[in-house]
Design a protein around this ligand. Structure first.
Ligand code: BGC
Length: 720
C-alpha cells in the first residue's frame, strides 16, 4: 500500500501578523472606555444597513451596502423601500457567474477597485459580497450571483476581488457562510455533508478569502449546518473560521439570520443584522446580550472580543486611526469601461458551426433580432444584488447604434415574459410556459426577410433570483419552439443566451448553428453582445459550471437529494460536485466545465514539468508553449487538471489545480509556467482528520475544458 504523507490542519496566522502592529493596544484602550451598553451598541444594527457609532469616543456609524456586482441604491433606514434618491445610480457589472466565466482574476481585482471606489464615494464602509457559494444544483436561484462549481476557480476569483476592493478602504463581506447552496427553504433547511466534502469542496473558497484575501468580514448564512444555525455554529464559527483560518474580522449574520443570544455569542458571532422592524433594542445582540452578560451567561471578555473585531475592521479600513481614507469616485468612464471588458470577456461561444460567427457586416444587409432579452434590462433584478444602474444598454439598442447605418435590423419580439410561478414548495419560476404562435409567426417572418437571424433569449431575474429556486432547467416562454422555428426559416440563426445559471439547450443545439452564452452583462451588456457578434471582440469566456443535457444528469438531482426532505438535505454526491461527478461517472454533459470556443485557434505543445519526482513540500513547475495558430487576436484559458489514479479512497477523475488566461496575437507563441504545490494534490483523509498526499503517481492534464485534454505528464510523489 502507498505510504501516506500527512499535513495537519494548522492554525493560520498570516492575518494576525498583518493586523497587529500596535493597533491592538489602541483597540483595547477604546474598549476600556466603553460601558457595556456602548459595547453592545456596536454589535447589532440600528437601521437596515447601519450600525450605531459611539459619538463621545469618535466612533462613527458604520454603513453597509449590497452587493457583489455594484453598490446598491439607498434603502430607507427602517424598511425595505428605496429611499428615492437621485444620486445613487451606479456602475453595474455582470454578476458572479459571468465574472467567473472570464477566468481572469485580474478582472476580479479591477472590479474590486471600481466597487471600492464607488462604495467609498457613497460613504459605505462594508460592501456585502462576494457571494461565493458552490454551484451545486443548476436550480439554485442565486447561482447567477455565485461563481462556480469548482473551489479552485472560486478561490482565485474571490481572492483577487477581495484584494482589489479592500485596497480602497472598504471591507468585503464574504457570503454566505456556509452551504447556502439552494434558496428553497434557505431559512430553515439543515445541511449535512461529509467532512471530506466540506473540506474539499465547500470550504476552500472561504478559506482562501480569509487567509489569502484577508477578508475583513464574513456573513453567516440563513441555513443550518449539521443541526445548528450557521450564525451560532460552534464548529463552523469558532473551530474552523476563527481557530483554523485565523479569522480576526467581523462575523455578521445574514439579514435576520440570528436565532439566539447566548449560543451565538459563545460560538463567535459578532454582529446581528436584520430585517425585523421591531425595536432594534430587542434584537438578540442588543438588550438581551447586555442581560446575558449581567446574568453571567456570556463573559464580558466575549463581548470585548466582538467589539475588538469590529474596531479592528474599522482601523483596517481607516474609519478610525490615521491615514487618508480613499475618497472614491462614481460612474467614471474607467468604471464603465471595466464593466464593458468584464461583459466582453465573460461571453462563452458554445457553438459555431460553419464559422457563422463573427458576422461579416460588410457583406450582410439585413439581420432579424428576435427575443424579449434583446430589449430587457436586467441590472435592477435579482433582489439584494439588484443595482440602479446609471444606464443599461440593451442588445437591440447596441445593434441598432453600431450596425444600423449599414444593416437593416428587423426586430420581432418572438416570446413574451409570462408568470410561470408555482405557489408553495418554495420553488420559483418554471421553464414551461405558453408557446405564443402569434409572436413566433412574426419572428419567422422577420427571420425569412433577413440574411441572419439572432435570437436573444434565455432567462431573466424572475428565475435567477434570491429567495427562490428555479423549478426546472427549461428555457421558458416557449423559446425552444421559437428557436426551432426561426432556425427552420433561416439557416443562419445565432442564439444568444442571457442567463446566469444552467438552462437546457438539448432542443436547440442541433438546430441553431451558433450559440453564444452572454450572461447578464451588466450596464454594458448590449455593447458587449454587439461587439462579440461582429468580431470586434473575440470570445474568450469559459463555462464556470457544467452545462448538463438535463437536470437528471446533475449529481444532486440524479441522487434525489435536492431540495431535501423534512427540511434536511444530505449532500450524498459528496465530493462529486459538477465536473467531478460528470467526469468520474463518465456522463457526457451538453457542454463541459471550462469549455468555450474562440474565433481563432490555439496549439498547446511541449508540456513538461521541471522534475519527474517530487517531495511533499515541493512545488511542481509545469511549462507549456501556447500559440495562436489562427488569424485574429484572442485568448485561451489553459487549465491544469490533476488525477490520482491509484489512491486508498475514491478521487474525482480530475481536479482543477491551476489555470492561466493567455492573450495572443495571430502567430504569437508564448511559454507559460503554472505552479502547483504538491501539498495541493492532497485529499482530506477522514480517518486521520487531516490532509493526505499519498505517495505514488499523479497525472497532470493540460486542457481547454475538463473534457478536452490536450497533453499529459506523469509525475511521482515520493514517500517521505
Ligand atoms: C441576502 C444577503 C444580503 C442581505 C442584505 C439577504 O437577504 O441573503 O446576501 O446581503 O439580504 O440585503
Amino acid at each position: 500500500m502507498l505510504f501516506c504523507l500527512l499535513m495537519t490542519a494548522g492554525v493560520v496566522s498570516a492575518q494576525k501578523v498583518e493586523w497587529d502592529n500596535g493597533r491592538e493596544e489602541r483597540i483595547r484602550a477604546l474598549i476600556g472606555q466603553m460601558t457595556l451598553q456602548e459595547k453592545v451598541s456596536l454589535l447589532h444594527a440600528n437601521a437596515k444597513f447601519y450600525v450605531a457609532g459611539i459619538k463621545r469616543l469618535g466612533i462613527p456609524e458604520w454603513a453597509l451596502s449590497d452587493g457583489p456586482h455594484g453598490v446598491r441604491a439607498e434603502i430607507d433606514r427602517d424598511d425595505w423601500g428605496y429611499a428615492g434618491r437621485t444620486d445613487d445610480s451606479a456602475t453595474c457589472f455582470p454578476p458572479g457567474t459571468a465574472l467567473a466565466a472570464t477566468w481572469n482574476p485580474r478582472l476580479a481585482y479591477e472590479r474590486g477597485l471600481v466597487l471600492g471606489e464607488e462604495a467609498r464615494y457613497r460613504q459605505k464602509d462594508v460592501l456585502l459580497g462576494p457571494g461565493i457559494n458552490i454551484i451545486r444544483s443548476p436550480l439554485c436561484g442565486r447561482n447567477f450571483e455565485y461563481l462556480s462549481e469548482d473551489p479552485f476557480l472560486v478561490s482565485r476569483m474571490a481572492v483577487a476581488y477581495i484584494k482589489g476592493l479592500q485596497s480602497k478602504d472598504v471591507a468585503v463581506s464574504v457570503k454566505h457562510w456556509l452551504a447556502n447552496n439552494q434558496e428553497a427553504h434557505r431559512d430553515s433547511v439543515d445541511v449535512y455533508m461529509s467532512e471530506r466534502a466540506l473540506r474539499e469542496i465547500y470550504l476552500p473558497g472561504f478559506k482562501a478569502s480569509v487567509t489569502e484575501g484577508g477578508a475583513y468580514t464574513v456573513m453567516a448564512a440563513y441555513n443550518r449546518f449539521r443541526g445548528d444555525w450557521c450564525s451560532e455554529n460552534e464548529y463552523l464559527d469558532r473551530q474552523i473560521l476563527r481557530k483554523e483560518f485565523g479569522f480576526r474580522g467581523v462575523l455578521m449574520t445574514d439579514w435576520g439570520a440570528a436565532h439566539s443570544t447566548v449560543k451565538a455569542a459563545l460560538a463567535g458571532l459578532d454582529l446581528e443584522m436584520g430585517t425585523d422592524i421591531k425595536d432594534y433594542k430587542q434584537w438578540y445582540f442588543a438588550d438581551p446580550l447586555v442581560r446575558a452578560v449581567e446574568e453571567g451567561k456570556v463573559p464580558v471578555s466575549a463581548v470585548d472580543e466582538k467589539v475588538a473585531d469590529v474596531l479592528r475592521v474599522m482601523f483596517r479600513t481607516k474609519v478610525l486611526g490615521e491615514g487618508v481614507r480613499e475618497k472614491g469616485k462614481m460612474n467614471t468612464p474607467e468604471h464603465q469601461q471595466a464593466a464593458y471588458v468584464s461583459a466582453a470577456e465573460a461571453a462563452v461561444l458554445l457553438q459555431n458551426n460553419g464559422n457563422l460567427l463573427p458576422l461579416h457586416l460588410d457583406r450582410i444587409r439585413s439581420v432579424a433580432v428576435i427575443g424579449d432579452n434583446a430589449t430587457r434590462r436586467h441590472c435592477g433584478g435579482g433582489l439584494s444584488s439588484e443595482i440602479k444602474a446609471l444606464y443599461e444598454v440593451t442588445p437591440l439598442e447596441a445593434l441598432q447604434r453600431k450596425w444600423g447605418d449599414r444593416v437593416k435590423i428587423n426586430y420581432a419580439r418572438g416570446y413574451e415574459k409570462q408568470s410561470t410561478f408555482k405557489e408553495g414548495s418554495n420553488s420559483g419560476q418554471s421553464g414551461a410556459g405558453k408557446v405564443d404562435w402569434g409572436l413566433i409567426d412574426e419572428a419567422v417572418k422577420a427571420a425569412k426577410e433577413s440574411e441572419v437571424a439572432i435570437v436573444i433569449g434565455g432567462l431573466n431575474h424572475d428565475f435567477d433570483t434570491e429567495s427562490s429556486d428555479k423549478q426546472d432547467m427549461g428555457l421558458p416562454y416557449g423559446q425552444q419552439v421559437l428557436i426551432q422555428e426561426v432556425a427552420k426559416a433561416n439557416p443562419n440563426t445565432v442564439v444568444v443566451i442571457i442567463a446566469g445559471s444552467p438552462v437546457e439547450l438539448a432542443g436547440i443545439v442541433d438546430r441553431a448553428p451558433a450559440i453564444l452564452w452572454a450572461w447578464y452583462g451588466g450596464m454594458e451588456a448590449g455593447n458587449a453582445v454587439a461587439d462579440l457578434l461582429s468580431g470586434k471582440v473575440n470570445p474568450s469566456g469559459k463555462l464556470p459550471f457544467t452545462l448538463p443535457v438535463s437536470l437528471a444528469q446533475s449529481p444532486a438531482h440524479a441522487l434525489g437529494n435536492y431540495p431535501g426532505r423534512d427540511l434536511k438535505v444530505n449532500y450524498e454526491e459528496d465530493i462529486l460536485v459538477g465536473y467531478r461527478w460528470f467526469d468520474t461517472k463518465k456522463i457526457q454533459p451538453q457542454f463541459p466545465f471550462g469549455y468555450g470556443l474562440s474565433y481563432t485557434h490555439f496549439s498547446v505543445d511541449h508540456f513538461s514539468t521541471d522534475k519527474s519526482r517530487y517531495g511533499k513540500n515541493d512545488t511542481i513547475r509545469a511549462r507549456f508553449v501556447i500559440k495562436n495558430a489562427g488569424s485574429v487576436y484572442g485568448a485561451e484559458v489553459v487549465q491544469l487538471y490533476v488525477s490520482d489514479p491509484v489512491c486508498s479512497v475514491l478521487r474525482p477523475e480530475k481536479e482543477l489545480k491551476a489555470f492561466e488566461k493567455v492573450f495572443l496575437n495571430p502567430g504569437e507563441a508564448r511559454t507559460v509556467e503554472l505552479r502547483v504545490k504538491v501539498a495541493d494534490l492532497a485529499f482530506y483523509d477522514e480517518s486521520r482528520k487531516a490532509w493526505n498526499t499519498e505517495a505514488g503517481e499523479y497525472i497532470l492534464q493540460l486542457g481547454n475544458s475538463s473534457r478536452n485534454i490536450l497533453q499529459k505528464v506523469k509525475i511521482l510523489v515520493d514517500h517521505e
